[in-house]
Ligand binder design. Structure first.
Ligand code: GLP
Length: 233
């Protein structure tokens, strides 16, 4: 794993943005799987600024989504990506692959995403954040992890995420790509920032692989760049 350290969030986000731009230059039709949440926010804002005037051929595939949330509702991963990437980068619907988050059969929604991924091929670039409990997407710590896109039971801590902080009824499940699909991505950028991530960063940096710290499986991937902001150390 290639690890780089940064003095602040802006410096980390500028580096992440440059790496994404480099990837798009190499392959304009890059399939990008972007995490949502606070961690990559600045990176996406910088990317949107840089690409605003330039039409892109990017394809976006969602990493995860809260189950049961209306996709247009504030707090959904869909709404986040619409606001920070899809609209500014003018990515058409046919190149934005999303979850059906309100279906009565979330398992079928996950099967459709699995199929979509098979059709699209492995993701070219994945942008990940690490959860406070070490999750990736909604791959929560457990005795076992699932390789393919699945419905996940969310941990209490995950339900407290600021994205859904305003909701009176919290989602209890999430739809997420599985660990196998994440690890099949050609390149992965893992971003870690914020003082609240100190503990999990320390555990992650030990490089010990455990299903109880799903992000630790990234140590097995041949092309991961991990960008860490000083406050997280
Ligand atoms: C959320 C999302 C993940 C995200 C992670 C970290 O629950 N499901 O995709 O990467 O937790 O969020 P944050 O960046 O806000 O710390």
């Amino acid at each position: 794993m290639h690890i780089e350290y940064f003095s602040d969030d802006l410096a980390m986000s500028e580096r992440a943005c440059d790496l994404i731009l480099q990837q798009i230059e190499e392959n304009p039709q890059t399939s990008l799987c972007p995490a949502t949440g606070n961690t990559p926010l600045k990176t996406y804002q910088l990317l949107a600024q840089k690409l605003l005037e330039k039409p892109t051929e990017l394809r976006l595939l969602m990493l995860d989504e809260w189950y049961g949330l209306d996709k247009t509702q504030e707090g959904s991963c869909y709404a986040f990506l619409q606001k920070y990437l899809v609209e500014p980068l003018q990515i058409p619907n046919e190149r934005f692959f999303i979850y059906d988050s309100q279906t009565s059969s979330p398992e079928e929604a996950c099967l459709r995403m699995q199929l979509r991924l098979k059709q699209e091929g492995p993701i070219d670039l994945m942008i990940l954040g690490i959860g406070l409990n070490g999750h990736l997407g909604f791959n929560e710590p457990n005795d076992f992890l699932s390789p393919a896109c699945h419905v996940a039971e969310l941990e209490e801590q995950t339900k407290q995420h600021t994205m859904i902080g305003e909701l009176s009824i919290k989602p209890t499940k999430g739809l997420t790509l599985g660990m196998g699909e994440i690890l099949q991505a050609k390149k992965i950028i893992l971003l870690i920032n914020g003082a609240h991530k100190k503990e999990i960063t320390k555990a992650f940096l030990k490089g010990e692989i455990s299903t109880h710290l799903p992000a630790s499986f990234l140590w097995l991937h041949p092309n991961v760049t991990c960008l860490i902001e000083a406050n997280a150390l």
